[in-house]
Design a protein around this ligand. Structure first.
Ligand code: ADP
Ligand code: MG
Length: 247
């Protein structure tokens, strides 16, 4: 069976900066892969190249063995790939429920104007499911902009799951989130992974979060892969301790 995602010798330069410098890895069905590394080491750029937001300078991305390098984000969405961004993508003036429905419509490639239309194609029902699953019931009618930062991050994650994706790339989902919310988020991600067999790649700074959620971890440093292994192997890796964990 092909891996869900394969990244082959990916490079991305911005002028003289080699943001991603020859990264290769693959992700198996149902796996939760963590990506860690200091600020500016190329994690978000790597995601952007995988997801068609940026054109890699060199290298290839495959989904189920199919070459999807430079495929547009909307086309990748239709193939079951979804993401969250490092910076929140929620619409502050819309309610939690409306944000979820809108996210579902974007994945279907339909128009923004359909938000309040009759043809919601099951999205209301899906939104209710996500509200229940992410325990946002008491906030369903609240404007997203009025939620706490942690609640907004939870909503942001929920939005990525509206289309029932099989591969989700999460960019710092726990960034700035308090401990209680962090536990909630981890528990929800674990549940989706187990119940729906969804595959995740998670960029995260919070070491405990990564080490307890992920089955395998990749460490990036200055655009290159410094190490790859189980959380226990990464913790014990002298090069990782030197470059990253020791700080
Ligand atoms: P990380 O997510 O690991 O913190 P990034 O991928 O955001 O790192 O950034 C990697 C490097 O690429 C940094 O040096 C950053 O300044 C640079 N960079 C990222 N995006 C751009 C861009 N659009 N234009 C120019 N340089 C960029
Ligand atoms: Mg980043």
């Amino acid at each position: 069976m092909n891996p869900v995602l394969e990244v082959h010798d990916l490079h991305k330069a911005f002028g003289g900066i080699k943001a991603v410098d020859g990264v290769s890895f693959s992700v198996k069905e149902g796996e939760i892969l963590g990506i860690i590394g200091p600020n500016g080491c190329g994690k978000s750029t790597l995601f952007n190249c995988i997801l068609g937001q940026l054109e890699p300078t060199q290298g290839a991305v495959k989904l189920d063995g199919l070459d999807v390098t430079n495929m547009r984000p909307s086309a990748l969405n239709r193939l079951g790939v979804s993401r969250t961004f490092q910076l929140l993508q929620v619409f502050p003036e819309l309610s939690v429920r409306e944000n979820l429905i809108l996210a579902g419509q974007e994945h279907q490639g339909s128009m923004l104007g359909r938000l309040f239309g009759a043809r919601d194609a099951g999205l209301s029902e899906k939104a209710e499911q996500m509200i229940g699953f992410f325990k946002l019931g008491h906030l369903a009618e609240a404007k997203a902009g009025g939620l706490s930062y942690g609640q907004q991050k939870l909503l942001d994650a929920a939005m990525a799951f509206m289309a029932g994706p099989r591969l989700v790339l999460l960019d710092e989902p726990a960034g700035g989130v308090n401990l209680t919310m962090l536990g909630d988020l981890k528990e929800r991600l674990r549940a989706i992974n187990a119940e729906q067999g969804a595959t995740f790649v998670v960029i995260e700074h919070n070491m405990d979060f990564v080490m307890s959620l992920c089955s395998r971890v990749i460490v990036l440093a200055e655009g290159k892969m410094l190490a790859e292994g189980t959380p226990a192997e990464i913790r014990a890796n002298p090069a990782v301790i030197e470059a990253y964990l020791g700080h």
